[in-house]
Design a protein around this ligand. Structure first.
Ligand SMILES: Cc1cc2nc3c(=O)[nH]c(=O)nc-3n(C[C@H](O)[C@H](O)[C@H](O)COP(=O)(O)O)c2cc1C
Length: 175
């Protein structure tokens, strides 16, 4: 088998997440693809383009939420990844709930939710690296098997980088 050099970052596929923040008192959600847990999962890191409307709320409150959508809300997710809160009221797409942090709006229709407080912001102009501590995690009870998440019940989807910018569904469990 031959190898060919390919341009770009090929760390792929990546989870699709909806990051939420309160902007001027209104929940706003955007798709974040460049996102990862780190520090043994105690923190979350993601890349935020400085022009995003959601950024205003993250800086204002120093909190955000991470919501994992299921395939059933693919259409609403696509709107969150293509329309800005500057032009569209994305709070109307979902039912919002709050946890311990009262400024990190979470999406009821997403089976997995986390609320985070910002611990550090890295300047990588024109992007920022946002680091948040996970303050609370929530899951739909129907997706749990004896208090543990069963991904076969979550139906998350992933997206591909490196040229193939498409969404894919999760395959079957291997082990
Ligand atoms: C698959 C996918 C991944 C994305 N990943 C990021 C990302 O990592 N960082 C970012 O700032 N924007 C990302 N975006 C773009 C934002 O979701 C999009 O511009 C959104 O409309 C911004 O909304 P806002 O202006 O209301 O914050 C992504 C979009 C898609 C479709």
């Amino acid at each position: 088998m031959s190898k060919q050099e390919v341009k770009g970052n090929l760390l792929s596929p990546l989870p699709v997440a909806l990051v939420g923040a309160l902007v001027d008192g209104r929940p706003n959600y955007l798709v974040i693809g460049y996102i990862s847990p780190f520090n043994f999962g105690r923190h979350i890191f993601f890349s935020l383009f400085k022009k995003r409307y959601t950024r205003i709320g993250i800086h204002e409150n120093m909190t955000f939420s991470v919501n994992i959508p299921s395939e059933s809300i693919l259409e609403q997710t696509k709107i969150c990844g293509s329309k800005s809160g500057r032009d569209v009221d994305k709070s109307k797409l979902f039912e919002t709930f709050y946890g311990e942090l009262k400024t990190a709006p979470m999406i009821k229709e997403c089976p997995i939710n986390m609320e985070c407080e910002v611990t550090e912001i890295l300047d990588y102009d024109p992007n920022e690296g946002i680091i948040g501590r996970v303050v609370g995690s929530y899951a739909d009870s129907e997706c749990l098997d004896e208090d543990k998440l069963d991904m076969r019940k979550v139906h998350p989807f992933v997206w591909a980088t490196g040229g193939d910018f498409n969404y894919y569904s999760l395959g079957s469990r291997l082990e």
